[in-house]
Design a protein around this ligand. Structure first.
Ligand code: GRF
Length: 181
């Protein structure tokens, strides 16, 4: 059975989507760079092992100790370093809350992504799951899901719709197909 590490740093709703899609048996460890991330509570609730790292240099050893096959970035706000990217080439994925190449790259995270989408006046947005490379949000696209922008949307309402209709559906689907390979 393929083993997954989920790297988190925030509320962990995408981690929850993986747990709810019956993937907790595959999640060997949830790793956070923030000790107070609510995602850690969700992992504990699902009886999944957790680790908090204070420095990125700790990451590789933890991944190797846990014999991780696939790394899922789900709200992890740090850029991964060269060695991890080389060792886990095509085995690290990230979820981004827009249709890449729109509203992505440095500075586009959280509500800022949805603010930019509303400012641009796009009629559709969505989420993207992509492989992680040295270019922020620039690795090969694996899957995307479109979400409608509605009249009167605020960054908050748009973020919520993108999560519910795209992120929480897309990520478990991609993870399931990748661990089958
Ligand atoms: C999500 O919007 C995800 O697309 C982005 O970070 C956010 C994480 O949210 N990469 P959560 O911690 O999964 O709730």
């Amino acid at each position: 059975m393929k083993k997954i590490a989920v790297l988190v740093g925030g509320g962990g709703t995408n981690l929850q989507a993986l747990i709810d899609a019956d993937l907790s048996k595959n999640i060997a460890i949830v790793i956070s760079n923030k000790p107070d991330a609510y995602a850690l509570e969700r992992a504990k609730e699902a009886k999944i092992k957790t680790a908090v790292i204070t420095d990125q240099s700790e990451l590789l050893a933890i991944l190797e100790q846990n014999k991780v096959d696939l790394i899922v970035l789900a709200g992890y706000m740090r850029i991964l370093s060269g060695e991890i990217l080389r060792k886990y080439e095509k085995r690290i994925i990230n979820i981004h809350p827009s249709l890449i190449p729109s509203f992505c790259g440095a500075g586009f995270y959280g509500l800022k992504v949805h603010q930019a989408a509303l400012k641009a006046g796009v009629k559709v947005t969505g989420a993207t799951v992509h492989y992680v490379s040295e270019v922020v949000d620039g690795g090969e696209i694996i899957a995307q899901k479109v979400v409608e922008v509605k009249e009167g949307d605020t960054p908050e309402t748009l973020q919520k719709r993108v999560m519910e209709e795209a992120e929480w559906v897309l990520l478990p689907g991609v993870v399931k197909s990748l661990i089958k390979e």
